[in-house]
Write a protein that binds this ligand. Structure first.
Ligand code: KG4
Ligand code: ZN
Length: 406
């Protein structure tokens, strides 16, 4: 019996089930199942209502994307919605925190309605709510945290504040062929460049970190210097496609010394110097701009690849995952795949839309923790800075299959 196999401490007997509406039959797995848990002496110790899994609504509002998703620990991702604020911030050349917060307020409710409608559920079908509680912009985080915490309270369901980078780190788990633990994670976003050894959910060892600018930040700043539109990373990588990456040799920072830390601020200076040298009357020719973009991108990608290779060698772990916005970079994905395969390993990454910020990764991470019995208290708490290694562990993968009381 499936549940009995999943539950280590208890023997579980199936005593009945009920349908949860439009879902039942559509996926063939979404029926609420009443379980009676008995201990090894066959005494009844607990009665729970178990569904097709733990169904969690995830809210991501840490920066400039409003992401909402519904995730079920047994059926997978049921629906997700994403609204990007690019148009709001583009004229300022970067994220304006106050505008970000206001836009999240406008979008959260409509997107929740849309995601629930797509999943064929009503709000009472949810077993819990997960929201990003850090790191990120305080005002933006507060929007998701207030909505999530209040909705959970109104429904009488548990809520959990999720670490944004844990969401990124676990995003490859949403794919059909997820990596097994342990693996090495390269987290590359607008605010982080980290190498993490992941032994399980919440079991993280920081192997390397950025000493200054994050990789995404370096992409954004270099792009801005070249007059490219916000957000700079995708624009720069697009331009690099028509550039010659060998024309200018950019430095590969911190690759000539041991260790797994990163530093990208020197690349920024190098880029500025190159632009000043090449510009005529303050204007860069299109091909020069493309060649600088290609040289810059190659330097960042080579540096990240070399450090990943080093981390795999150092730990003996051959599974590598890439997550975070820069993980959408095609050259990085290709080069890391080649690097891992050359070492007899494998690389895993989320689909492109789940590399950048999204609600699915928050719903997933929150669902794992809620299913394991973790939850946040009633206070609406957000944390602008929050070390990943401070997170509590989630014991055992079987936790995913244990439902909270319905
Ligand atoms: O993970 P994310 O969406 O937000 C943060 O948590 O920061 O990452 C955003 C970062 C930005 O710096 C953006 O320029 C960068 O990811 N990015 C890229 C690409 N797509 C997004 N950088 C390089 N190449 C890309 N294709
Ligand atoms: Zn992010």
């Amino acid at each position: 019996m499936f549940f009995a196999a999943e539950c280590k401490a208890l023997t579980v007997c199936l005593v009945g089930f009920r349908s949860t509406g439009p879902y039942y039959g559509r996926l063939g797995c979404c029926c609420k199942i009443f379980l009676v848990a008995v201990d090894q002496n066959q005494e009844q110790v607990n009665e729970r209502v178990e569904g097709c899994g733990v169904i969690v609504l995830g809210l991501e509002t840490s920066c400039d994307e409003t992401g909402i998703a519904v995730y079920d620990t047994r059926c997978g991702l049921l629906a997700h919605r994403l609204y990007s604020q690019i148009a709001v911030h583009a004229e300022y050349g970067g994220v304006v925190p106050e505008l970000a917060s206001r836009d999240h307020v406008r979008k959260v409710m409509p997107l929740i309605h849309e995601a629930l409608a797509e999943s064929g559920l009503v709000v009472n079908d949810l077993d819990g709510i997960a929201y990003t509680s850090g790191p990120g912009l305080v005002g933006a985080l507060l929007v998701g945290a207030c909505f999530g915490r209040s909705l959970a309270w109104a429904l009488g369901k548990p809520a959990i504040g999720v670490h944004h980078m844990e969401g990124h780190l676990l995003a490859p788990m949403l794919e059909d062929n997820p990596p097994e633990f342990p693996f090495i994670a390269l987290l590359v976003s607008g605010g982080h460049t980290q190498l993490v050894q992941v032994d399980g959910i919440g079991q993280y060892q920081l192997l390397g970190d950025s000493l200054d600018d994050a990789a995404g930040e370096a992409f954004d700043k270099a792009a801005k210097m070249m007059g490219l539109p916000y957000p700079g990373g995708p624009a720069l990588s697009q331009l690099a496609l028509v550039g010659d990456d060998k024309r200018f040799t950019f430095p590969r920072p911190m690759t000539d010394r041991p260790g797994l830390d990163f530093s990208f601020s020197g690349l920024k200076t190098f880029t500025r110097t190159k632009i000043l040298a090449m510009a005529v009357d303050g204007v860069l020719a299109e091909q020069d701009k493309a060649d600088i973009a290609a040289g810059f991108q190659a330097a960042v990608v080579d540096t990240l690849s070399l450090k990943c290779k080093r981390a795999m060698k150092q730990t003996g772990i051959k599974r590598l995952i890439i997550a975070g916005g820069v993980g959408a970079n095609t050259r990085l994905r290709q080069q890391l795949r080649d690097t891992a395969e050359a070492m007899g390993g494998a690389v895993y990454y989320p689909r492109l839309e789940f590399c950048t910020d999204n609600g699915a990764m928050i719903a997933y991470a929150g669902a794992q923790r809620l299913a394991a019995g973790q939850s946040s208290d009633l206070a609406v708490t957000v944390v602008p800075r929050w070390p990943l290694v401070d997170l509590p562990a989630v014991a055992g993968v079987t936790a995913m299959e244990i439902a909270i009381d319905g």
